[in-house]
Design a protein around this ligand. Sequence first.
Ligand code: S3P
Length: 411
Amino acid sequence: MLPGDKSISHRYALLAGFAEGVSRLSNFSTGADPHSSLACMSAMGAKVATVGKTIEVTGTGGRLRQPNGDLDCGNSGSTMRMLAGLVAAQQGSFRFVGDASLSLRPMERIRNPLQQMGARIELTNGHAPMMVHGGALTGIGFEAPIASAQVKTAVLFAGLQAQGITSLVERVRTRDHSEHALKAFGARLNRKDARLSIAGGQKLTAIDATVPGDMSSAAFFLCAALLFEDSNLVLDALGMNPTRAAMLDVISAMGGTIKVLDVQETHGEMAGTIQVNRGRALLGIDIAGERAAQLIDELPVIAAIAPYTQGGVRIRDAKELRVKESDRIALVVKNLRAMGAEVTELEDGMDIPGGQRLHGAVIDSGLDHRIAMAFSVAALRAEGDTAIRGAEAAGISFPEFFTWLDDLAIR
Ligand code: S3P
């Protein structure tokens, strides 16, 4: 069973820590990032215990205690941005810190709406360390200037506790796990077309939940399956939330066949079993616009297999890749070139011609989990050996990745 979805695990960790009562979370992500969320909630008074394979979180009933030290978010932008929304309405001052990568990532995007609601936020040149001075908030109308589920979530988590209604318009529809999670924990919120509204003063109640498998982790194996003619990959309990499932369309467009064997819905999240086989050829693809935003975490691995395709891959409108755990455009281009590929770098994407042969190389992961895993997949079809520097970064979202890759290669 694939490890639990990172995005959903974050939301369950934060909301379980905030809710009243004991939440029991099964198949919680084993990645370091969602555990940063749990650790921060525990620093603010939630009780977190591992009972067998389940994580039990005793919530704070909506009152977060000011922590004794910093809230250490590690490598996790999700923790820092989404948690900022939760603490913005709490009395006290909360200092957020992160590792070297997180300390370079833009935080202005959450400061703007949260300050409009009445919090005061100090940044260091637009980044962490970040101080959030929380207090009574008032609902706002907010139009999201960038496609970001993290910003949306920060606003919804603050809106949940504000006075009056908070409404948010997102022109590009981003992953909607926060909306489902809020409802699962008992909150009411409404969506009308692109507008989401949430009333303040709501209380949350604990839930029992099983986190579906992570589509963004599955993406590495889906792409690996496309590289081998006789591959047959079955993934069960895979999260198939429509706002995360664009990868399945990509696999089909690139020539794979996907059979959905069953699907179930729990707490608004779909999960099921799929079987993937490669078709006769590995085809190229163009990814731009809304699609680029919906595939933002999968683009590195799609790019990493692009040279092996027949028609090449063109990616546009993906400038956000430059402000992820690394500058993912620069690193993908650098590592593809190290493997002998021809590639054109663009400000918001890249062009990678197809029909290329790659050779093994020393890969620089930039300590970015998705770069480390993407190039392990590219290496499968390269001539000669590839060494991934900083491969341990995979542990941020998928500590079992290399074991899984080994097992799948043998079968
Ligand atoms: C995430 C949203 C995306 C994604 C990240 C997780 C989330 O970031 O890249 O890995 O869980 O909401 P943005 O919302 O900043 O685009």
